[in-house]
Design a binder for this molecule. Structure first.
Ligand code: MCA
Ligand code: AMP
Length: 496
């Protein structure tokens, strides 16, 4: 945080943020985040790592709250805007948030929880006045800075805790590797409860004195409108977004297509990540924009680990080479490093790697080897010096639209439905979404439709975790150990 602030002071007069049709300088961001820090402190010297959950539309307010929490010595816990109440409750309870901040759009969503739980609830625009002179705490880099929730091979999401030092390393590594400068202008269309949007887009831009413009909701039309203004020169997104942009562009009249292509050709670079980039998407996008997308690999627990080069050969189907300062090794099931050319699990070590899973010492311990390497669970191989992802070691982790989703989490919720006696959730390959969530159900009552089940689920889990396809069968296939054979279940979703 300290370095981020120092950089901001150096770039005071530059435009930091454009949101809601308004521009804000670094000076305004510094001043308003200091005021917010004062409100959070409310007379105390230091929040001492108190968790502050916040539900704020992407834009200037989001960043001033995030910086305000950091400057007051708190731990920032951004809430997903698409979550229904039970998922928000889970994050607020699991973090033990003492303060919750919301903008006016989301205040009503959180109001019932605020009443029930009695945390300090700050609604932006209705804040109490802070003292005029505020003494902000000195922050040690080893202190906790952020908690982001990630799904894994357990049924409930875990809070990934990163320190200020972790974040500074993650940001500065990308800042150098991808040659960010204060002349850059990026457009953020990603959600801000995940690393991709928070670190790679917003924090890298602000670290380097660049401008970050926000579009709070995904819309291909709005993205191309902003691109056409000629302001943007850096863009990062998940493969599904490139897929959607390509589809939209293909439907435009030829003169508009040409206009857009001419603007895109002026960009400095464009990045894809969070899920495997299909070769077809990479090639079509190159045809439209003239750019070879830079594909990189990351994880909530490590930030970015492996990246195709900024200068040099970006290879289709490969995630590139370890970023500077990130140690990477591939190991077999006995945790022995594999010979070059053999597949193995990616393990990572470096100052970029997270501190712990919040309040889960056992899970933290299991996630690291005895000699301190973080086990990613992703399987890769090195070919001619480039890493290629082959898959994951758990069939229960699904990536859809760039979101990591635990099949077990959806199964647990489905099993609480009164007419479902058993179920199994799998990810099936899909060019647009990476994987589509699919569920197999054993029903007690066949009059209940899958639409009924989806609307019931919608109140309990976020929309992006909803199954998109269902099959109803009489019995789940199991192996000799009694375990559901998910590979067999996937066959049920093969097109006829
Ligand atoms: C939505 N829809 C889906 C899915 N999600 N259909 C199939 N599978 C899905 N996963 C459908 C909805 O039902 C709806 O259909 C229509 O799409 C629009 O829904 P909506 O919720 O409005 O979606 P959207 O706004 O268009 O969102 C698509 C999106 C979004 C923009 C691709 O999923 C997104 O922002 N993804 C990025 C996630 C991300 O940032 N991940 C990074 C994690 P209908 O119209 O029929 O009702 S960090 C990470 O992974 C690491 C660190 C890394 O390496 O980066
Ligand atoms: P998350 O937990 O949401 O941070 O997701 C991290 C996971 O996304 C990784 O463990 C990988 O499985 C996947 N991932 C990220 N980038 C890529 C990529 N370029 N290619 C394939 N998978 C990726």
């Amino acid at each position: 945080m300290q370095q981020l602030l120092q950089n901001a002071v150096r770039n005071q007069d530059q435009t930091a943020i454009i949101s809601n049709g308004q521009s804000y300088t670094y000076q305004q961001l510094l001043e308003s985040s200091e005021v917010l820090a004062g409100q959070l402190l409310n007379g105390a010297d230091d929040l001492n790592e108190a968790r502050v959950a916040f539900m704020v539309t992407p834009g200037f307010d989001y960043v001033r709250v995030q910086w305000g929490i950091w400057r007051a010595g708190g731990v920032a816990a951004p809430l997903a805007l698409s979550y229904p109440l039970p998922s928000l409750r889970y994050v607020i309870e699991d973090t033990g948030a003492q303060i919750v901040v919301a903008d006016e759009t989301y205040a009503a969503v959180l109001a019932p929880l605020a009443e029930e739980k009695g945390f300090r609830f700050i609604i932006l625009g209705q804040e109490e006045k802070a003292a005029t002179t505020i003494q902000l705490p000195q922050l040690d880099r080893s202190r906790r800075a952020m908690i982001l929730y990630t799904s894994g091979t357990t049924s409930l999401p875990k809070g990934v805790v990163t320190t200020h030092a972790n974040l500074e390393t993650q940001i500065s590594t990308l800042d150098e590797a991808w040659q960010w400068t204060s002349a850059d202008h990026t457009l953020c269309v990603l959600p801000l409860h995940h690393v991709h949007g928070i670190v790679n887009v917003v924090s890298c831009a602000l670290w380097s004195g660049a401008t970050v413009e926000f579009l709070p909701n995904f819309s291909a039309e709005a993205i191309f409108d902003i691109f056409r203004s000629g302001r943007v020169n850096v863009f990062m997104a998940v493969p599904t977004i490139y897929f959607k942009l390509i589809s939209y562009w293909e439907g435009l009249p030829a003169d508009e297509q040409q206009q857009i292509s001419a603007t895109l050709a002026q960009f400095r670079f464009m990045v894809s990540g969070s899920a495997a980039l299909p070769a077809s998407v990479m090639e079509k996008w190159k045809g439209i924009s003239g750019h070879t997308l830079l594909e990189r690999y990351g994880m909530t627990e490590i930030g970015m680990g492996i990246s195709n080069p900024y200068d040099g050969d970006r290879r289709v189907g490969y995630i590139g080479q370890p970023l500077p300062g990130v140690n990477v090794r591939l190991v077999d099931e006995e945790n022995v490093v594999v010979p070059t050319g053999q597949p193995g699990e990616i393990q990572i070590k470096g100052a970029n790697v997270f501190l712990e899973y919040w309040n889960r010492p056992e899970a933290t311990q299991k996630a690291f080897t005895a000699d301190g390497w973080f086990r990613t669970g992703d399987i890769a191989v090195v070919e001619e010096g480039y890493y290629r992802i082959l898959g994951r070691d758990s069939i229960d982790i699904i990536k859809s639209g760039g979101y990591k989703i635990s099949a077990l989490e959806i199964e647990e919720v489905l099993r609480t439905h009164p007419t479902i006696s058993d179920c199994s959730v799998v990810g099936i390959p899909n060019e647009e979404w990476g994987e589509l969530i699919a569920a197999v159900l054993i029903m007690k009552d066949h009059s209940v439709t899958t639409e009924d089940i989806n609307s019931w689920l919608r109140e309990r889990i976020p929309g992006y975790k909803l199954p998109r396809q269902y099959r109803i069968i009489e019995e789940l296939p199991r192996n000799a150990m009694g375990k559901v054979t998910k590979n067999d279940l996937k066959q049920l979703f093969q097109p006829a």
